[in-house]
Design a protein around this ligand. Sequence first.
Ligand code: FES
Length: 77
Amino acid sequence: MEIDRIENALDRLPDILKKNLHRNLCTCNDVPKMDIIKAIVNGATTVQQIKIQTYATTGSGCCTQQVERLIECICSS
Ligand code: FES
């Protein structure tokens, strides 16, 4: 179930990254952190795939490192 997969993904994040899940991580395009986490849970494993699914990072690119960090935490085995 998606909820279980999302909970699993959240468990992998350091506490600091579990904050403000419903605030925009990508402020340029109004993309909440949770939308990016959901995209990762649904198979996006690169910044390019996140970009296609959510439009995050397509502004000035200033959130790219934060997106990379989420991918790194959630996808690491
Ligand atoms: S905050 Fe995401 S591209 Fe600027």
